[in-house]
Design a protein around this ligand. Sequence first.
Ligand SMILES: N[C@@H](CCC(=O)N[C@@H](CS)C(=O)NCC(=O)O)C(=O)O
Length: 257
Amino acid sequence: MHRLITFPISHYSERARWALEYCGVPFKEERHLQFFQIPHVRRAGGKRTVPVLVMDSGESLTDSRDIVRFASEQAPADRKLLPTDPQALELVESWDSRLADRYGKKVRNLAYWWFLPEMSLLMKYNNVGAPWHERTLLYLGKPVIRQVISKAFNLSEDNALRARDAIMETFDDVARLLEDGRPFIGGEAFTTADLTFAALSAPLVLPPNEAPPPQGYSLPHVDELPDGLRDRMNEFRQHPAGKWVLSVYKTHRRPAG
Ligand SMILES: N[C@@H](CCC(=O)N[C@@H](CS)C(=O)NCC(=O)O)C(=O)O
């Protein structure tokens, strides 16, 4: 069985998890917490980021993009995530890269900026399914985690505002693309561009997870948020692109079979 090394709350991990489940590739998820992933990732041949897929063959895929492509290769014909038509493929790949490279990092920074002050709520979802000793040590490190993460990602009010504006630009671009009535970014078929946009946007719109914990993506429920945070999140949840993400989670966050 392939092993997928993740953080429960990582949106890049969700991108890989969703692709594997959607394409019907069996795998076992190994959830770790921030910093504790490093030895596991290194042993698997990665640098330090999750997700990493350790395949049956012993080889590893150390980037979510490669895991999505691997999943699509294994998928039955009606679950492929890459179009065969060259023009559609070009559009899908260019969106996929733009989203995965720049956009995903902006979302991570804004989501940490929002959730770090809500440490108890963050920990409740951050830690789901991780080993008990990692949970205990992260809990003990709680007083410094906020500073360490803030420093690592250079979080500040100004940077959060800049991230919000860049994210909104992408939301507007996606909404504009969908205005012609197409159901998906690349046209008629659900592809990696849709999966990537939805998975990487999930921390901003909080789609409900229908799988029993510790399966699926571990995110707070919108009703648990303090009012101020819920209001900020509603800007994304009520945007046409945000509504589209929520609807795609409902219709396409389903395993094959
Ligand atoms: N390009 C990578 C990015 C993955 C990434 O940034 N993962 C974050 C979690 S969302 C991570 O592992 N951060 C831990 C670290 O940087 O130490 C991919 O798509 O797999």
